[in-house]
Design a protein around this ligand. Structure first.
Ligand SMILES: *Cc1c(COP(=O)(O)O)cnc(C)c1O
Ligand SMILES: [Zn+2]
Length: 407
């Protein structure tokens, strides 16, 4: 029987509960699902709903904008793109999953579609969420599709451009004075009255992000890659992916889990610190990868366990690596936001690590992901790629414009 269970005191809750957390402070997760059944994959469904049999919501009442089943493309690197001496041995084959191609422009739609499907099933009419970024946009988009009223709490000093998408979907923006934690606190107060559709705490969100792992497995000819490299802030993609591969292993469909490699910005790397058992730094620097700059992620210990269980690791990327990866992506025609470029920077760094001696087993296949679309951050991308350029003058010919990807 499907049920929610507190990860700390193990108290059980019905899947209909309106609680978003256990009274002991523990976090709820879904248990008791059926083993993954490959025969239940609906091949005519070209969205993540092909896995409806493994999703804990009613397919016939789903809230869908056609999300998922994103392309998995081969991403070979040239010699110049991986610096350093190659050691003998075959390079791993690299793939990128194009999760910036989602209805709201980020992979967060995976979680939002399942979460809002559940919310509509429960007959809930009003929800609250806190995020000024892609999670807010995804929840607002699927709330619009579901006909649910959404209140999204955001820091008051956020750049207005980021909020335009959320507001356009008809969500009510609630600006909160102060920092991110003040915003979260205000959302929690509101959550005492309305359902808390949190992308971090709500277990149904992870039930959506897990479809990333199913898709990778199916698109690789029903096999697991040696490693998956993911940008990580709150860990919703990491934890969902881990869930999927555990289910596939428990169903006997893969032999072992892929190594899960988490990518963090060097300016804000609490997972890296926890994984290395270092004390957390007090201050976080500024980073281009604002979407993963989460100073104290709620699911930190679970993320550390996940990395250890999969034989994974954490890679820190600095601002220069992120900018280089962004330049490389757009230079190849992939228009992604800087946070997604951090994930790509991690993939490049991981691929390079096979050049150096002393590294463990060399996987034959490594999957990375582009998590967010560049159209979300066009101004920031332009500033980064053309820092010296003035505002374009009226009547300017644009002849002097150089290709972004060229050096
Ligand atoms: C949310 C997000 C991430 C990281 O996801 P977490 O769940 O916070 O780990 C990475 N990239 C983009 C573009 C995102 O929006
Ligand atoms: Zn508990």
């Amino acid at each position: 029987m499907l049920r929610l269970e507190c990860d700390s005191c193990k108290k059980e809750f019905s899947t209909e509960t309106l609680e978003w957390r256990c009274s002991c402070g523990g976090i709820l997760d879904l248990h008791g699902g059926q083993p993954f059944d490959p025969a239940a994959i609906e091949r005519r469904e070209h969205s993540l709903w092909r896995y409806a049999g493994a999703l804990p919501v009613d397919y016939n009442r789903r809230v869908s904008l056609g999300e998922g089943w994103t392309p998995l493309v081969s991403f070979p690197l040239s010699r110049e793109e991986t610096s350093g001496d190659k050691r003998a041995g075959k390079d791993p084959q690299l793939f990128l999953k194009l999760d910036h191609l989602f209805p709201s422009g980020s992979y967060k739609d995976r979680g939002a579609s399942i979460l809002l499907s559940k919310i509509r099933e429960l007959g809930i009419e009003r929800i609250v969420e806190d995020s000024s970024g892609n999670a807010g946009a995804a929840v607002a988009a699927y709330s619009a599709a579901a006909g649910v009223a959404a209140e999204i709490y955001v820091p008051a000093d956020n750049s207005p451009g980021k909020l335009a998408q959320i507001r356009s979907y008809g969500a009510r923006l609630v600006p909160v004075e102060g920092n991110r934690s003040d915003t979260a606190a205000a959302a929690l107060r509101a959550a005492q009255e309305h359902y808390y559709a949190s992308h971090v705490y709500n277990p149904f969100f992870l039930q959506g992000t897990k479809t990333f792992g199913y898709e990778v497995w199916e698109q690789l000819g029903r096999s697991a890659p040696g490693a998956v490299v993911l940008p990580v802030g709150n860990g919703t993609l990491l934890l969902g992916t881990y869930k999927a591969f555990c289910e596939l292993r428990n169903a006997g469909l893969i032999e072992r889990l892929p190594r899960l490699i988490a990518v963090q910005s060097a300016a804000c790397a609490p997972l890296a610190e926890a994984f290395e058992s270092k004390p957390p730094s007090r201050i976080a620097g500024k980073t281009l990868a604002e979407g993963i700059a989460i100073r104290s992620p709620a699911l930190l210990s679970r993320m550390v366990e996940t990395l250890r269980a999969s034989g994974g690791a954490v890679i820190r990327v600095d601002e220069e690596q992120i900018a280089t990866a962004l330049r490389m992506a757009v230079g190849r025609g992939f228009y992604i936001e800087p946070t997604a470029a951090a994930g790509l920077a991690g993939l490049l760094s991981y691929a390079e690590s096979f050049d150096t001696a002393g590294h463990g087993e060399r996987p034959s296949c490594v999957v990375g992901v582009l998590t967010g679309h560049g159209l979300k951050a066009s101004e920031k991308i332009a500033q980064l790629l053309y820092p010296q350029e003035q505002e374009p003058r009226a009547g300017s010919t644009g002849h002097e414009t150089k290709g972004a990807g060229r050096k």
